[in-house]
Design a protein around this ligand. Sequence first.
Ligand code: NAD
Ligand code: AHE
Ligand code: ZN
Length: 375
Amino acid sequence: MDTRAAVAFKAGEPLEIATVSLEGPREGEVLVEIKATGICHTDEFTRSGEDPEGIFPAILGHEGAGVVVDIGPGVTSVKKGDHVIPLYTPECRECPSCLSQKTNLCTAIRSTQGQGLMPDGTSRFSLDGQPIHHYMGCSTFSNFTVLPEIAVAKVREDAPFDKICYIGCGVTTGIGAVVNTANVEPGSTAVVFGLGGIGLNVIQGLRMVGADMIIGVDINDSKKSMAEQFGMTHFVNPKEIGEDIVPYLVNLTKRRGDQIGGADYTFDCTGNVTVMRQALECAHRGWGQSIVIGVAPAGAEIATRPFQLVTGRVWKGTAFGGARGRTDVPKIVDWYMDGKIDIDSLITHTMPLEDINKGFDLMHKGESIRSVVLY
Ligand code: NAD
Ligand code: AHE
Ligand code: ZN
């Protein structure tokens, strides 16, 4: 079949709208009509050429929601008409990683996914006979896409696509980092670096679990009011404090009677390795945990004095908020439908596929939280 898609032909160039060919689903695969997709900073990371795994030409996008319109041989867990959210972190429930119950990082299809291919080593997308790569196993910047059955979460049918698409990455990553990766306790102090589409979900996760002090750090003052609406108790713009951010935050998080200071939990939602170091070093001596969520460019490395770890700080990372997609995503959709979490306020812009590059421009200018493309 033919489908409309935004194609990334070359690193660093705007996406181009094209009609591409899409082969039907093979064994274990499903064809999904994408109804809506968010634009995450990771799409920009890959489009820009900073992603060491970036392959071109490709159809980017990994934060979608849609309807199953066809299934390949052997598919049993979903059927035509089911509403689904594509999963860039699949859940096969059979690989050693899934069976370990220690990680959400299913390894069943990771190698072909990283090469922009379906599990059989081929692409379903092409243009003028030339293959176009899949992206993160999802390619939600195409109106129709093919996914492995293990890479879709079946969700309830009354949930609106234009909102729940965000659960396909940002919402789950931010809230999951708090509840799954850090396992934050009520009464905790926390610092969130970067108040964008991920950081604000970390903040709402922190409020949900009952954190006491939620400090948001961003170089863009315009992020403050939305962060306050989501539960931030203190805002810090590193450009305005006139001193090194680490001692400033350590002092701000000092509890009565505590000689040392430092946050119980810190989160990097920027992808900047200098910020990652600051986040670690403002965690409390002895127990503070710092969670890396941001994705850093090719060649970037993190550094700190080993003494920071010797003295009990813990440096952790998280992908997709530690969520097991087929199991956890439908529950997060329920949280949204039950009013436990807010998604609507975070979707600041919507646009048709033709205007997708405007969504990237808004992200660059720091004017959007989430832009959502509606098909
Ligand atoms: P975004 O562009 O919406 O937000 C980034 C925010 O960081 C912006 O508000 C920006 O002003 C702020 N910022 C930039 N530099 C800063 C600095 N030096 N100090 C403080 N604030 C700074 O991006 P997003 O969609 O929220 O994504 C955030 C990061 O998370 C990206 O690196 C993205 O690739 C990554 N990500 C990771 C996962 C995962 O599973 N680990 C999932 C989704 C996104
Ligand atoms: N390809 C990059 C790494 C990109 C990355 O870390 N991706 C996250 C999801 S970001 C979603 O917005 C992830 O899930 N990582 C686990 C995985 O297996 O990719 C690089 O640096 O090579
Ligand atoms: Zn993402």
